[in-house]
Ligand binder design. Sequence first.
Ligand code: UDP
Ligand code: MG
Length: 336
Amino acid sequence: MNSPQRSRKEISVSVIVPVFNEESVLPEFHKRLTSILNTVHESSEIIYVNDGSTDNSTTVINDFKKTSTKVLLINLSRNFGKEAAMCAGLLKSNGKAVILIDADLQDPPELIPLMLSKWKSGFDIINMQRSIRHGESWFKKFSSSMFYKILNKLSDYHIPADVGDFRLLSRRVVNELNQLSEKNVYMKGLLVWPGFEQVTLQFERDKRWCGESKWPLLKLVGLAVDGITSFSTKPLQLATYLGGTLAFTSFLYGVWIILKTMFFGEAVTGFPTIMVAMIALGGFQLLSIGLIGSYVGRIYNEVKNRPRFIIKDEVVFEETKSSVARVEFPVKQVNR
Ligand code: UDP
Ligand code: MG
């Protein structure tokens, strides 16, 4: 199925794997992925995007020379984050179907044939939803379900809950995504943004094969704020609603105080009332300023127009050649 003359256009399936310090899991991952890709009839390529790993991940990938699949290793110039790594992979992919998968074996590669069969039956986006999440704390599960509820209340279109980045995208979806010039990407929202025919399949998410999650709590909170601010401007209107409600309430309260003073007089009381009102108002104002700030921050980042990632070099391994075809590029900026 993989002829030596295979041109780039013939690739049917691209599998994109963002990698950040995964040396211990990569050999097992590659073994499972290639053995499953060998069972499908489509010609495939695996794109490892090394997101500035500081361990031996690059060396480990370089050792995958003898493989039945074409392997492309893209080295980013530093750690740009998983979202940027996936964008780099999407840009470099050639397949008619593109699959995004984590390297830590939490997303089982064995599901790829099922995803491909759905794709062949006409779907453009196959979302893989986690029905059970093994090895994750109740807090992570709870906060994640709250986050999706809030996000979907605020967002103008539906972002499926509990669907990570493990998905299959058709070429036309990938082409649309590659054209977007947004710099602050929130992939889970962006991946469903182009629309097209979608289907959601459920699977049990395994626990990490080894190593630790690269998403500490604070980074996750940042991702959640990013998700909301990139897909909804409704929080910006919050200040208007809060301000309006407060102004109306204080008007009623003012009328009450005037009437009370006229009929019963007023001793110097009310210190607690003033304090409470002041603290509440200050709180609402700071909250509103903070919200506006996060949107201004996004605008600032977009205006700077810096690339999402910088590719340091690329290496291609073709299985059919005895030696590795090494294609190196000088530091190159990709303005997307
Ligand atoms: N990853 C990456 N860059 C980062 C962090 C993570 O490319 O800055 C990769 C990581 O190597 C893995 C995938 O993204 O393949 C998912 O990461 P992780 O397992 O840490 O996330 P979690 O499953 O906990 O959400
Ligand atoms: Mg993981």
